[in-house]
Ligand binder design. Structure first.
Ligand SMILES: Cc1ncc(COP(=O)(O)O)c(C=O)c1O
Length: 381
């Protein structure tokens, strides 16, 4: 099977798996314990924190370990909302956020917050002018993702950060789950207060992630208890996963920009091939997209049917066309771009990672052409 669903999750690097195993076997002490085993574990934790801090060019004390992107996003949004509600109850976000931001905003509406969900253009991009226009005297938070998980669209984070410098009381959160390690993100330089990261998107273990929180910023914790992670995230630290994530970050740094360039090359190859397949259209932006995601449609086809036709030929991709509860509902994100329903219902996401090779892309293109030909007689066009 050729795995082309790296935006959903990635295969852990073998060296990451080794580090996790070794940490489980050797560093089983509780980092809060005062004896030797505890101190060893604490040392591993400290090293991992400094690896993460270096990668983001921030201070180790600004790195908080969480259980992944969902928890980091929940902590950022609810943490700000509940801490600063006396200052105001308005939040600005976009219509294309991941559910771990979007649905949290919906939940916060139930707690009396008011949320502006900004529209996006046909490529899924939010405009800085719209962010500016949405700001009110009671705005406490702006949350915009860096790279969209369905389309790969890169949002103008640096520009939004500059705009928000003129509003020092408004906090800026960025969901960087799909961008970390792929394209640069500099929280200090770009005026970002909170960043969410998840290890399983970059060949690390799942169930572990990072929340960057600017020094001095206070948040209401989601989890109360033993006071770990400077009181922001209680619970005995998942040391093996944290050590594995630090290893995955180190491996990212070894390959660095070259690997992003290589992934972008694979996506360019895919684009060029798809342009030659009758009936296939590309939904991801040509410019300003992440290097690892390509969203396509075969209007008239059912995405699930296409996905299984590709799977029969040995290729694993993903469909975001239907949310699990409503079988025939197209993706909220794609509909926000103004795409017609038929096209959105036939969308497939192909996403590459460090184990994919150019030759696999060529074979995928053959399989895609065959699959589209096979289902064409049944298509609703
Ligand atoms: C943009 C984005 N944010 C958040 C998440 C959630 O991350 P996790 O799976 O670590 O909870 C994902 C995962 O798909 C994502 O793509």
């Amino acid at each position: 099977m050729i795995y082309l669903d790296n935006s959903a999750t990635t295969q852990p690097h073998p060296q990451v798996a080794d580090v996790v195993k070794r940490a489980m076997e050797e560093y089983y002490g509780n980092p809060s314990s005062l004896h030797q085993k505890g101190l060893e574990a604490e040392h591993v934790l400290k090293q991992a924190r400094s690896v993460a801090a270096q990668a983001l060019r921030v201070k180790p004390a600004e790195i908080f370990f969480t259980s992944g992107g969902t928890e980091s996003n929940n902590t950022a949004l609810k943490g700000v909302a509940f801490q600063y509600q006396s200052r105001g109850k308005h939040i600005v976000t976009t219509q294309v956020e991941h559910p771990s931001v979007y649905d949290v905003c919906k939940q916060l509406e139930g707690f009396g917050f008011s949320v502006t969900y900004l529209p996006v253009d046909s490529e899924g991009r939010v405009s800085v002018a719209d962010v500016q226009a949405a700001i009110r005297p009671d705005t406490i938070l702006v949350s915009v993702m860096h790279v969209n998980n369905e389309l790969g669209t890169v949002q103008p984070i640096q520009e939004i950060g500059s705009l928000l410098r003129q509003h020092p009381k408004i906090l800026f959160h960025v969901d960087a789950v799909q961008s970390f390690g792929k394209i640069p993100l500099l929280p200090h330089e770009w005026g970002i207060d909170l960043v969410s990261i998840s290890a399983h998107k970059f060949h690390g273990p799942r169930g572990v992630g990072i929340l960057y929180k600017r020094d001095g910023l206070k948040l209401q914790p989601l989890l109360m208890g033993g006071g770990q992670e400077a009181g922001l995230r209680s619970g005995t630290e998942n040391l093996p996963a944290i050590a594995g994530m630090a290893k995955a970050i180190r491996l990212l740094e070894e390959t660095g920009h070259d690997e992003s360039e290589r992934l972008a090359g694979l996506i360019r190859r895919l684009r060029a091939g798809i342009a030659d397949i009758p009936g296939c259209v590309i939904n991801s932006p040509a410019d300003g997209a992440a290097p690892h995601i390509l969203n396509i449609s075969v209007p008239g086809a059912k995405a699930e049917v296409l996905l299984h036709a590709l799977e029969e030929r040995g290729f694993l991709v993903s469909t975001k066309s239907a949310c699990s509860s409503k079988a025939n509902e197209p993706s909220r994100v794609l509909m926000a771009t103004g795409m017609d329903r038929n096209r959105a219902l036939s969308a497939l996401r192909i996403s590459v990672g460090r184990y994919n090779k150019a030759e696999e892309i060529d074979r995928f293109l053959v399989a895609l052409r065959e699959s589209v030909d096979r289902i064409r007689p049944y298509m609703n066009v």
